[in-house]
Write a protein that binds this ligand. Structure first.
Ligand code: MG
Ligand code: ZN
Length: 214
């Protein structure tokens, strides 16, 4: 391992430790993008039915680990295919119902699925990177501290979303999954997969437990 590589990993571990330490005993929400984070992105098309939904390797286990850490977990997803008429809002809701049921059977609770169904051209306030999907949820859940929010996503717009939420609410960490484009986006840490992020969080929690034990 080169020095540059190991110092990058040290910085990343430190960033994750900070995320963990700052949130101990607090009420906050982990916001997750869906396609490319939980399930395989279908290039040039949409996940139109449950049959199209393909979990990324160990993503559901990662979600289970992260849900044990985060008091709230919310999926935020642009589904422009609805606006294009390729699928209905009910089709997407049905997919999320199946997803929720599958996870619930494993003891994992997803607080909400926040979906933007609009076309880019609609210029709505909820299509990522605009902050509407996140801010709506935060407004409805005043117990959750907005500035402790974390946004996890694989695309530039997810990281811009984190930035936009931070502008509006005083803070929001951005975690990048996959190599992505990352053009100049502010990222607190990046990982190859949701699983790698969950492992880093688990390690940081373990270290904190050691520090806190008598
Ligand atoms: Mg994505
Ligand atoms: Zn929208």
């Amino acid at each position: 391992m080169s020095n540059t590589h190991s110092s990058h990993l040290r910085r990343r571990d430190a960033a994750v430790r900070k995320l963990v330490v700052e949130r101990v005993g607090r009420e906050w929400c982990l916001f997750l993008d869906r396609d490319g984070v939980l399930n395989r992105q279908i290039v040039g098309d949409y996940v139109r039915t449950w049959g199209d939904f393909e979990w990324l390797p160990r993503a559901s286990l990662a979600l289970k680990m992260l849900a044990e850490w985060a008091p709230h977990v919310v999926v935020v997803t642009n589904q422009q295919g609805i606006g294009k008429g390729l699928m209905s809002a009910e089709d997407v809701a049905a997919i999320h119902q199946r997803l929720r049921a599958e996870l619930a059977a494993d003891g994992v609770l997803i607080d909400a699925f926040q979906v933007c169904p609009h076309l880019t051209s609609a210029e709505c306030g909820c299509r990522k990177p605009r902050a509407g999907l996140v801010l709506d949820w935060l407004r409805q859940h005043p117990d959750s501290e907005p500035c402790l929010s974390i946004m996890v996503g694989d695309s530039q717009s997810d990281l811009e979303l984190a930035h936009n939420v931070a502008e509006a609410s005083g803070g929001c960490a951005g975690i990048q999954i996959g190599s992505g484009t990352g053009r100049g986006a502010v990222v607190d840490a990046s990982f190859d997969s949701l699983w790698d992020f969950a492992v880093a969080v688990g390690r940081a929690i373990g270290e904190e437990d050691l520090l806190c034990s008598p």
